[in-house]
Design a protein around this ligand. Structure first.
Ligand code: 5AD
Length: 343
């Protein structure tokens, strides 16, 4: 299959409904992955430390207006014990995720937790953060404490679409989100971003532009998965593509991104599993090389409900057939190559 890289070909590929084409595209994504980043799958133990959130994103189950959510916050000790569990399982890396909070008590606690985890594991734990938009100072503080990767999805790279998915106020600004991504890059983090796939209002051209956005930003890592409506959110009332179509689009997005950016890290996201029990395995076959098993305690898991059915997912993905990079950080080769160029 020839490489699909220009906007029009990306749109056609996403639009195409032929089964054979989709299968070939997915196989090609897998082949390009193996050739460029190898056959190993790397793990990040996901710790969902709090569902308190100051944002009100129209698609997200833990948006601040959802009063039906029972809010929780893990203590420093609980977070550290999860991190040690990940290390005992030989995962190599953890990812600390939370609803967005910027109060000083929270940002200080994160710095302290990062330092303690690093100290307790002789610096061996790779630490990824997924804590939303933060000031440049806070992001620098966490980087200096020892975090080295950060995930912040752009959600939808088209500013018009972004505006339809978020309330119209200064807390939900596309420009701030973009600026934060640039701050992360300048500070020296490996930067991850991504989008939701199959959103209301979203067109194949939007998705093609999402891929080109990630390429132009020169992103190091990507997590993108299907939109899964959450009944307690305003967006759930709107039309979106059927389950099968969202799954197919998500797998195609992974394969096309792997063609565009052969050496980045791409996650097989949990949301895929809502649409198909084998969703994450299928994403690995299409070009993904990262899995984030949820290692949060059951009480947190049940309350960290970003989308419908998330809490009832089995946390275990069948990785028997996969070759796992146990004990390795599995850093983005794309990022490491850039750094080697500079030095
Ligand atoms: N469906 C799919 N993904 C969602 N997220 C939030 N709500 C939903 C939803 N309803 C994703 C966002 C966010 C990530 C942590 O979870 O992309 O960045």
């Amino acid at each position: 299959m020839h490489a699909i890289t220009d906007r029009q070909s990306l749109i056609s590929a996403l639009d195409c409904r032929e089964r054979q084409f989709t299968e070939e595209l997915i196989a090609e994504g897998g082949r390009i992955k193996r050739e460029n980043v190898g056959t190993k799958t790397y793990l990040r133990g996901l710790i969902e430390i709090s569902n308190k959130c100051r944002k009100d994103c129209l698609y997200c189950g833990i948006r601040c207006s959802n009063v039906q959510v029972e809010r929780y916050e893990m203590s420093e000790e609980e977070i550290i014990s999860c991190a040690l569990k990940a290390m005992a399982l030989n995962y190599g890396s953890i990812c600390i995720q939370s609803g967005e909070r910027c109060d000083k008590a929270f940002t200080d606690r994160i710095s302290s937790v990062i330092r303690k985890i690093k100290a307790l594991t002789d610096g061996r734990t790779g630490i990824t953060l997924s804590l939303g938009e933060q000031s440049r100072e806070t992001l620098m503080e966490w980087f200096e404490a020892g975090a080295h990767r950060y995930l912040l999805r752009i959600e939808a790279s088209n500013p018009m679409l972004y505006r339809r998915l978020h309330p119209e106020n200064s807390l939900h600004s596309y420009d701030t989100r973009l600026k934060t991504l640039y701050d992360l890059k300048e500070i020296g983090y490996q930067v991850g971003s991504g989008v939701m796939i199959g959103l209301p209002y979203q067109t194949p051209a939007d998705l093609a532009d999402d891929l080109l956005f990630l390429k132009n930003f020169d992103i190091d890592m990507v997590g993108m998965g299907p939109y899964i409506p959450h009944p307690q959110t305003p967006l759930a009332a709107l039309q979106y593509p059927a389950d099968g179509r969202r799954l197919e689009l998500s797998l195609k997005m992974v394969a096309l991104l792997r063609m565009l950016m052969p050496k980045i890290n791409i996650a097989a996201t949990t949301a895929l599993e809502v649409l198909d029990k084998k969703g994450r395995e299928k994403a690995l076959a299409a070009g993904a090389n990262i899995v984030m098993p949820n290692i949060s305690p059951a009480s947190s898991k049940s309350r960290y409900s970003l989308y419908d059915k998330k809490t009832s997912l089995s946390e275990d993905i069948n990785l028997e057939d996969a070759e796992i990079g146990f004990g390795e950080w599995g850093d983005s080769l794309h990022f490491l190559a850039k750094r080697a160029d500079i030095e």
